[in-house]
Design a protein around this ligand. Structure first.
Ligand SMILES: C[S@@+](CC[C@H](N)C(=O)[O-])C[C@H]1O[C@@H](n2cnc3c(N)ncnc32)[C@H](O)[C@@H]1O
Length: 322
């Protein structure tokens, strides 16, 4: 009993330290006016629309036992994760996103069961693209995207991406915010630095969470080097997150100022180009959904040139009407 009480207190302490750090270092980022979004209650978002209840979804779908992340469907918790506390981590990310006063794009690398993108797409006007290694999860992210049918602007790529592909991606695409939570140490020893550099080039603000030195996880021999790499960039530490493996150890959550932030894609539709999506094994929207979207564009006389087509959540949009 005393032990769990202590855990609660230490969790609370971490939250307080994180909030203090956020406000101390937060000035380092340009303050955008705060969005009126940020409703985080577990309720259906679109007025007038109704979605299948959590109970019905659970009756119909088998969710993995004891997944790494909490699993959510239409902003309701359907399976509790055993990894680092998702809701606590999301609070820090939400505070960062609340600084934008316009629609944003998010790339979630190593998205697991999509917890962060699904919550972001629910709480903000955000277009979220997830990338995850399909072999490491016990439920497909495409299926979770389909189940989260209250959300329009979430898509996913099923791929174990390597450093070279991340570099190519950073030359073609750019996002307001990139999430790289507990993923850099999953890259092989001879690739993590290249991958990390590409990740920092992919967004204006890059949220990196990384386990501490001494953690008995993958890539344990370079955990200290990852922290040194991140701290060599323009960064702020925004939270210390208790590790699920040993709660007396903490991962650090950083926000790094992207190094290619001058890249401007403002005139293009939000999302990712259809070519990139296809090249990297995009799986949601499905091929069938893409066909349907393209047929609608054809009906409305929009350009079909590949450079004009973008995946924006579950839809294809064209930059140009013909
Ligand atoms: C430790 S989990 C972290 C999940 C999530 N980011 C979080 O912090 O809750 C690592 C995730 O990264 C994904 N992953 C690892 N290496 C990857 C790679 N090279 N390409 C894509 N996903 C990868 C795994 O599939 C898994 O979802």
């Amino acid at each position: 009993m005393k032990k769990s009480h202590n855990k609660v207190i230490s969790g609370f302490g971490v939250l307080v330290v994180g909030v203090v750090l956020f406000f101390t270092y937060g000035k380092f980022f340009k303050k955008n006016s705060v969005v009126g979004a940020g409703v985080s209650t577990f309720a259906v978002s679109q007025a007038g629309e109704s979605f299948e209840s959590e109970k019905k979804v659970k009756e119909r779908v088998t969710f993995p036992d004891n997944p790494y992340q909490d699993i959510i469907v239409n902003n309701r918790l359907v399976a509790r994760g055993h990894g680092p506390n998702c809701a606590q981590r999301y609070a820090f990310i939400k505070a960062l996103l609340s600084r934008f006063d316009r629609p944003i794009t998010v790339l979630d690398i190593g998205a697991a069961y999509g917890y962060f993108s699904f919550r972001i797409a629910h709480d903000f006007d955000a277009t979220c693209l997830m990338i995850s290694d399909p072999k490491l999860e016990r439920m497909s992210l495409a299926q979770l995207c389909a189940l989260n049918n209250s959300l329009d602007k979430v898509s996913c790529i099923a791929k174990r991406i390597n450093a070279k592909e991340l570099e190519q991606l950073s030359q073609r695409e750019h996002f307001d915010v990139v999430l790289a939570l507990n993923v850099i140490h999953h890259f092989p020893k001879n690739q993590w630095k290249r991958a990390a550099r590409a990740i920092v080039n992919l967004g204006n603000y890059v949220v990196i969470e990384t386990p501490p030195e001494g953690d008995r996880t993958l890539g344990r021999e370079f955990l200290g080097d990852i922290m040194k790499f991140v701290e060599s960039k323009r960064h702020a530490k925004i939270a210390k997150i208790p590790r699920h493996t040993s709660p007396d150890k903490h991962a650090t959550m950083y926000v790094v100022k992207g190094e290619n932030s001058s890249k401007k894609f403002v005139s293009l539709p939000q999302g990712v180009s259809l070519t990139t999506f296809k090249l990297l094994n995009g799986v949601y929207p499905t091929s069938q959904m893409i066909k349907k979207s393209l047929a609608q564009l054809k009906e409305n006389n929009y350009s079909f040139l590949s450079q004009d087509l973008f995946v924006q959540g579950k839809h294809i949009v064209s930059a140009v009407s013909t």
